[in-house]
Design a protein around this ligand. Structure first.
Ligand code: ARG
Length: 560
């Protein structure tokens, strides 16, 4: 059912060549109150063209002959309002959803073009922070949404595995490190060593010199330095993989910062050839305009920088994947960096830099303050997730003591709670971290939506739903409200993509769950004359809820 298209076609017939079908479609809106019809067309913009009042125009436009797709058409003030033929529309939409299942609301406008996503990207030997969690879940969701819109995606985890800090870490390990301790609890021990190094260097600044020396050795392929660096990287990645496994996310590439070590010379050389490199206080920079500070390319000591790597990586990705768009899912605080990187790429003549998007997001707060990585104050993410799973388990057990595969369900619910909490608000907003709020089954949480879908499964089982839509429907206003929400899903997916905003999906699944639970509380679904059509409606809601959750990276248990 595409009521909007049919309505637009009707209007086009009435209006003639003054507006295109696309323009008309773009003007069509949904009345705030369902009693005012299903779709409305405002006539203000036509007033100028036809030199009549919008009210008069609305009357004229409402006077045509409508097809069976509609129940009635009315001019209400300056609007033409149309009421869809509920039976026909319901039958066609439910039939479509039950047939297309999770491919309902798939789009083709991506046309197989490639989107490269830079996401997660934690730093080795450091805890996986809440910021990295945000990047991981927003990025994974954007990838799923992009694929649903017909794009091919490449998910790159740009591991932070290079930089002067590794000189300090090697130096600290050689002084105070204990191999077994690091093996048993790598991230914790390595962070401790790093913090210790800084404390000691306050007292004895010569340590800094030593750290620099070890980094120099690392850059010069010294075997000892290299061996330790590889080991730190291995144990860190192992720890990160545990988190990825819990979150159920994967990546197409782990080429991190170090991967570009031997590729940066080429970048520096072209910048030189194009005479873009300028000397500033001993460092080499590219000036990128009066409104931004210059982009640092090479430090006084010749060491290359974060920006140099990102510029190199962007060129490499363009050459390797020939991407159409590149999304960098990274916090707000790096906005300046990405703007500089884009400008340098443009100066190099790479117009595709316009297709690089910094998909930025806000902070995770604890009691209104930024969670800090330093001073060991952070909550470890793995602990958070495992705690969420434990809480979910208690919660489920109290509601459903007999549930089989409790562990598995608890994992899906606990993880779903953490992800949903992150994705339910606009990504630019800061998020207050609260485990208790995440795990409530009521209110706007992941478990609430999962629970709604699971509740539907119980209905379908009890009612022995046969998967089809009955012929003679008797659609009431309550089910019509749900139908009209189900009908929005394709547009919602498209909007989430264009706005790069997974919260559009989370808000939608919440709305659908609310509507459904209201329906459930007021309508007798089982053991009624209307049971077959009501179950078809339930099944369609479940398909859309599941698919919405999937786009957010959340699983839906059948029971909970
Ligand atoms: N590792 C960086 C950090 O933790 C994020 C990297 C983001 N991606 C990029 N291409 N710069 O802050």
């Amino acid at each position: 059912m595409n009521g909007k298209k049919i309505f637009a076609t009707y209007l086009k017939d009435q209006i003639g060549s003054e507006l295109t079908l696309k323009q008309i479609e773009a003007f069509i809106e949904k009345p705030k109150q369902i009693q005012h019809g299903d779709l409305a067309f405002p006539c203000f913009q036509l007033a100028k063209i036809f030199k009549k009042s919008p009210n008069e125009i609305a009357k004229t436009l409402a006077a045509g002959n409508i097809s069976d797709d509609f129940e009635k058409i009315e001019a209400i003030g300056s609007y033409v309002n149309i009421f869809l033929n509920k039976k026909a529309a319901t039958e066609s939409l439910l039939t479509q959803i039950l047939k297309e299942k999770n491919t309902y609301a798939n789009h083709r406008f991506g046309n197989g073009k490639t989107i490269v996503l830079d996401l997660s990207s934690p730093n080795i030997a450091k805890p996986f922070s809440m910021g990295h969690l945000r990047s991981t879940v927003i990025g994974s969701s954007m990838a799923a949404i992009s694929e649903k819109c017909g794009y091919t995606t490449v998910k790159i985890n740009y591991i932070g595995d290079w930089g002067t800090q590794f000189g300090k870490l090697i130096s600290a390990y050689l002084k105070w490190g204990d191999e077994n301790k690091v093996r048993n609890n790598p991230i914790k021990e390595l962070t401790k060593l790093y913090v210790l190094f800084h404390e000691e260097a306050e007292k004895d600044p010569s340590l800094n010199e030593e750290g620099r020396m070890w980094f120099k050795k690392l850059e010069d392929h010294d075997p000892k330095a290299k061996e330790l660096w590889i080991w730190f990287k291995e144990v860190s990645l192992e720890a990160f993989h545990k988190i990825y496994k819990l979150l159920d996310v994967d990546f197409d590439s782990y080429n991190g910062e170090a991967f570009f070590n031997d590729k940066m010379n080429a970048t520096v050389n072209v910048l030189q050839e194009k005479k873009l490199l300028k000397l500033s206080e001993g460092a080499q920079v590219v000036r990128v305009g009066d409104d931004l500070p210059p982009c640092l390319i090479k430090k006084t000591d010749g060491a290359t920088l974060y920006a140099t790597r990102d510029i190199t990586a962007a060129i490499y990705r363009k050459n390797t994947y020939d991407f159409d768009e590149a999304f960098y899912v990274v916090g707000h605080e790096q906005s300046l960096h990405f703007e500089q990187v884009k400008r340098v790429l443009k100066k190099l003549g790479h117009d595709w830099a316009d297709h690089i998007h910094h998909v930025s997001f806000g902070l995770i707060l604890q009691n209104g303050k930024k969670m800090s990585t330093r001073k060991g104050k952070t909550v470890l993410l793995e602990t958070v997730i495992l705690e969420a799973v434990k809480l979910a388990e208690q919660n489920i057990k109290s509601k459903n003591p007999e549930l089989q595969d409790l562990q598995d369900v608890a994992r899906q619910v606990g993880v779903g709670a953490v992800i949903f909490h992150d994705l339910k608000n606009e990504k630019g907003n800061d998020v207050e971290f609260s485990l208790d709020a995440m795990l409530k089954f009521e209110g706007d949480t992941g478990p609430y939506v999962q629970y709604t879908a699971a509740r539907i499964q119980t209905l379908l089982n009890k009612g022995d739903f046969n998967g089809s839509v009955p012929k003679e429907l008797s659609i009431g206003l309550e089910s019509w409200e749900i139908i009209s929400v189900l009908n929005e899903f394709p547009e919602v997916v498209e909007q989430a993509f264009h706005r790069k905003e997974p919260s559009v999906i989370s808000k939608y699944v919440l709305k659908l769950s609310h509507k459904f639970n209201h329906y459930y509380a007021h309508v007798k679904i089982l053991n009624s004359k209307e049971t077959p059509e009501r179950l078809a409606l339930c099944a369609s809601v479940q398909i859309v809820l599941k698919e919405g959750l999937r786009l957010l990276g959340i699983r839906t248990p059948n029971r909970m």
